[in-house]
Design a protein around this ligand. Structure first.
Ligand SMILES: CC(C)(COP(=O)(O)OP(=O)(O)OC[C@H]1O[C@@H](n2cnc3c(N)ncnc32)[C@H](O)[C@@H]1OP(=O)(O)O)[C@@H](O)C(=O)NCCC(=O)NCCS
Length: 156
């Protein structure tokens, strides 16, 4: 079944996706926040479906006309490595490029913490064209956060 992408807002589907990922999304209050964010009209929201089943979600915050942040990206555990995450990122990047943005950033757990699941996450972002920009401690949580950036194809 091909993956379809659509700009729907489905908090229950986001909850189910996050619940399948306890190694990445294990803090209930943080997950509650992400589920609320799905209904926040200030964020762009994109879902991936495999047939009828929601298998991935992306939330994007447009900080400035030239830059946006991938606020949330999550794919159901049993759908990893089947192209869902890359389909979401490429659609987000294409939409932003068409709308004049030049940079897409993401915050994730930094390499100073030796944690295998987030090593996989950083490998994914690297494969998607993101470059490590900065690492900070106690930025989003008590440990290290890496900020990665993907230049978009917008003319300067
Ligand atoms: C990170 C995540 C969104 C990636 O989505 P995905 O659908 O599994 O990724 P894709 O199948 O589109 O992978 C695209 C490419 O990224 C790279 N990649 C993906 N997973 C990887 C892994 N575990 N190790 C190394 N490279 C990986 C590969 O180059 C892959 O292409 P290939 O399969 O042809 O080799 C997903 O695994 C996920 O939800 N992880 C848990 C939550 C998370 O980390 N969210 C981001 C928090 S900031």
């Amino acid at each position: 079944m091909p993956i379809t992408l659509s700009a729907v807002r489905d908090p229950d589907a986001a909850r189910a996706i996050l619940d399948s990922l306890p190694e990445w999304f294990g803090i209930p209050e943080a997950n509650d926040g992400y589920v609320r964010d799905v209904s926040d009209e200030g964020l762009n929201c994109l879902f991936a479906h495999d047939g009828e089943r929601p298998v991935g979600v992306a939330l994007v915050r447009r900080h400035f006309p030239r830059s946006a942040e991938l606020h949330l990206l999550a794919v159901c555990a049993d759908a990893h490595r089947s192209g869902v995450g890359s389909a979401l990122v490429e659609r987000v990047a294409a939409d932003l490029t068409a709308d004049g943005a030049s940079f897409l950033t993401v915050h994730t757990v930094g390499p100073s913490l030796d944690h295998e699941p987030y090593r996989r996450t950083r490998a994914f972002y690297t494969a998607m064209g993101f470059v490590p920009l900065e690492e900070h401690h106690r930025l989003d949580w008590d440990g290290p956060t890496i900020i990665m950036v993907r230049p978009l194809d917008t003319p300067a």
